[in-house]
Ligand binder design. Structure first.
Ligand code: FAD
Length: 290
């Protein structure tokens, strides 16, 4: 079933994002985390693709096992950088054979080892090209797309980025999952602006619980999201006074409040970037009543 239809029927849901561990030896531990988080009854679970060096085959197998062994509706991330129609078709047809109905169509980031990488040299230059291709060839596939409340890091302006956001939806994107953010006003503003542009598909906010200062700084450096000065100072102070444990406590409490406010003020659900960590996500999910 298309996840956009599930969203329509389930108000105030929780969904989860996982990344496939690189080494097969880590898979039993990974699936234990999935099993533990199943009690939160996620509406769907997304599985990243290629991010952090993961492989296509690992993503594919984990997505299949999510569906067939864990009974969780998967959303398979799929990036177009370096791919052609054959590679994308192989992935999508494998998903269809496994009964998986939804992908998150992404462009992907430039390869780290190539300077001034030009996406126009690619078969699919943008996520929108991938949406067009998948919707044209596999019309029954649900297709989600990424959205950036603070604008994508490469975009020359917020306005320009929102224009391309609209194009991805016009080409067939069923719903949007946002980049992480820490100030809920940017999310609600994003939703309002999209609505003014005639985009009324669900916009699911992505929430990242900060679990350590080091990983937060690394993730923020990749995606360009801003951390409010007050929150950053509080995290640094917590680190000085109470070390990693205090940062973890503050980060989880912040995520709980952030998610609570998003749901209370009308977000359709919350997509939790789990970082494959069970304990923190269980605490957040339970505090939200899941
Ligand atoms: P696009 O929509 O193509 O946008 C990229 C840039 O091009 C933007 O600046 C946009 O304004 C501009 N643009 C868009 N369309 C056009 C057009 N038609 N013509 C001209 N300009 C255009 N990365 C991974 O490698 N693996 C993952 O699993 C993964 N999961 C993610 C999940 C979420 C929810 C999010 C928000 C991001 C994820 N990413 C992942 C990161 C993502 O690949 C990067 O942010 C990437 O730089 C952009 O991907 P996109 O699909 O948004 O690209």
């Amino acid at each position: 079933m298309k996840i956009a239809d599930l969203i329509e029927r389930n108000k105030s849901f929780l969904s989860l994002e996982f990344f496939p561990p690189k080494n097969r030896e880590s898979w039993p531990g990974f699936f234990e985390v999935v099993d533990r988080l199943k009690v939160l009854n996620p509406l769907f679970a997304s599985v990243t693709y290629g991010a952090g060096g993961g492989t296509q085959e690992n993503s594919l197998e984990i997505v299949k096992r999510m569906k067939q062994e864990k009974g969780i509706e998967p959303l398979a991330h799929l990036t177009s950088v370096g791919a052609d129609e054959e590679k994308i078709s192989y992935f999508v047809e494998n998903l269809i054979d496994a009964g998986v109905d939804n992908v998150l169509a992404l462009r992907g980031d430039p390869p780290r080892d190539v300077e001034d990488f030009d996406f126009n040299t690619q078969h699919f230059s943008h996520a929108s090209d991938l949406v067009t291709f998948i919707k044209g060839k596999y019309p029954d596939m649900g297709v989600a797309v990424a959205g950036y409340p603070e604008a994508h890091i490469e975009s020359p302006s917020i306005r320009e980025d929102y224009r391309w956001m609209k194009y991805k939806i016009d080409e067939g994107g069923d719903f949007i999952i946002t980049q992480l953010f820490f100030d809920n006003r940017v999310y609600f503003d994003f939703v309002d602006r999209l609505s003014e542009m005639g985009i009324n598909v669900p916009v699911v906010p992505g929430v990242l619980p900060i679990m350590s200062l080091k990983s937060a700084k690394f993730i923020l450096s990749l995606c360009g999201a801003a951390i409010p000065g007050k929150f950053l100072s509080a995290l640094e102070k917590a680190h000085e006074e109470g070390g990693d444990e205090a940062v973890y406590r503050l980060g989880i409490d912040y995520a709980k409040e952030q998610a609570r406010e998003l749901l209370d003020k009308g977000a359709p659900g919350v997509h939790l970037y789990t970082l494959n960590r069970a304990e923190a996500c269980l605490e957040i999910g339970k505090s939200l009543g899941f």
